[in-house]
Design a binder for this molecule. Structure first.
Ligand code: AMP
Ligand code: MG
Length: 368
């Protein structure tokens, strides 16, 4: 089977194709579609066979639960046992949007979808194409990122085709996604809400409306033996580039990531970091290796040799998040031996950026 690719934009929806996509999902098939975060691999969330198909297509362990996507507020109540007050506040403020909430599940949601857990992850995406497809499918679409397990999340339909083009029925191409990193996951089932995965709804934004918010220790660094992360997906080996990736980072910022504290970088720190990235890259270039450099628009001219790629503008965290996964895919294709990367302030969207980059680097950090 080769997936049919249909193109549309949010302003010019192809409702006929969306109806067909909805029918495929209702019949237990799989459809990949854009969301504002990354492309999702959709299946009917209330159909256990569809969830099993998702795990198989991605090569994902079936105890790694799926996020259930809804497109209307009143679709939440039937799939959860209760809606805690804090969840109502968050839904009101940040839905539709890049926020996933963990809630106690109702019997309507099969164990296959939640990886055997009694809780369910729910998100209401803001992307119009996603919303229309979810509605056409009956209201509940389980959708992990539409990549093969172990590859970077897809931010274009072409990435989805590379990974899953042979495994699914339809891919909706809505152009490159807006945000580029996966949704923020917040567990709102306990007294104090806990962030299980940082994303575009930042710590600062959550604290704004909830007051106290904690971070699951599993996302702050390499996982200690015996620690059970609250998001089961975190225990699996994450995407790692084919090349040896090292992040260069100011020591105090690297320290801050272990506590989740928000820290910005000074210009002096950025300058010292750029100088060190170049020194390390140049050593490997001189030793005959093919070397990739992840820089920013601002620092581009400081790197005269190597496979130099800008990840975005340092002054725009949104641009860095947007380009991150596509750039990692590009470096895999370039077949470089080593990659040296600048790092980013550990505040706002920077927490999500550094979470993904440091995992990709296997926490190999060169401190300056
Ligand atoms: P992805 O679908 O690739 O964006 O990954 C979804 C993430 O959400 C994984 O890390 C899952 O472990 C996590 N997740 C999904 N459902 C739950 C749940 N009920 N409790 C905790 N984490 C969850
Ligand atoms: Mg994923």
């Amino acid at each position: 089977m080769r997936a049919e690719v249909v193109s549309m934009t949010a302003d010019n929806l192809d409702m006929e194709a969306i109806r067909r996509g909805g029918d495929i999902l209702k019949q237990g098939g799989l459809v990949a579609f854009p969301t504002e975060t990354v492309y999702g691999l959709g299946g009917d969330a209330l159909n256990p066979q569809a969830s099993m198909k998702i795990y198989a297509a991605k090569g994902r362990p079936s105890d790694n639960p799926l996020i259930v996507h809804i497109a209307e507020f009143d679709k939440l109540a039937p799939i959860v046992a209760e809606v805690p007050e804090k969840a109502k506040i968050l839904a009101e403020k940040y839905w539709p949007g890049p926020l996933t909430m963990i809630l106690p599940k109702s019997d309507l949601v099969p164990q296959e979808t939640t990886g055997g857990l009694d809780s369910v992850a729910v998100r209401f995406p803001s992307d119009r194409i996603a919303q229309e497809l979810i509605k056409a499918a009956g209201g509940y679409v389980a959708a992990p990122s539409a990549n093969t397990s172990g590859r970077p999340s897809p931010t274009t339909a072409q990435h989805v085709e590379e990974d899953l083009g042979e495994a699914i029925e339809m891919i909706i191409d809505g152009g490159p996604v807006g945000i580029g990193v996966e949704s923020t996951i917040v567990d709102v089932s306990g007294d104090v809400p806990a962030v299980l995965r940082p994303g575009a709804i930042t710590m600062e934004m959550l604290k704004d409306v909830l007051g106290e918010v904690t971070i699951d220790p599993a996302i702050l660094g390499p996982m200690a033996a015996g620690v059970r992360p609250k998001a089961p997906g975190m225990k699996y080996k994450h995407y790692a580039p084919k090349a040896d990736l090292t992040l260069v980072e100011p020591a105090n910022v690297a320290e801050a990531r272990k506590t989740g504290e928000a820290v910005a970088m000074t210009q002096e720190q950025v300058n010292a970091m750029v100088e060190t990235v170049w020194k390390l890259a140049k050593e490997k270039i001189d030793a005959g290796y093919k070397v990739g450099i992840i820089c920013t628009d601002e620092s581009r001219s400081h790197y005269p040799e190597g496979e130099v790629r800008s990840i975005g503008a340092r002054k725009s965290q949104a641009s860095v998040a947007h380009n991150l996964y596509a750039l990692l895919r590009e470096f895999d294709d370039l077949k470089v031996d080593y990659i040296y990367s600048e790092s980013f302030s550990q505040d706002h969207l920077g927490q999500a950026i550094m979470n993904r980059l440091s995992k990709a680097a296997g926490y190999q950090i060169y401190k300056v």
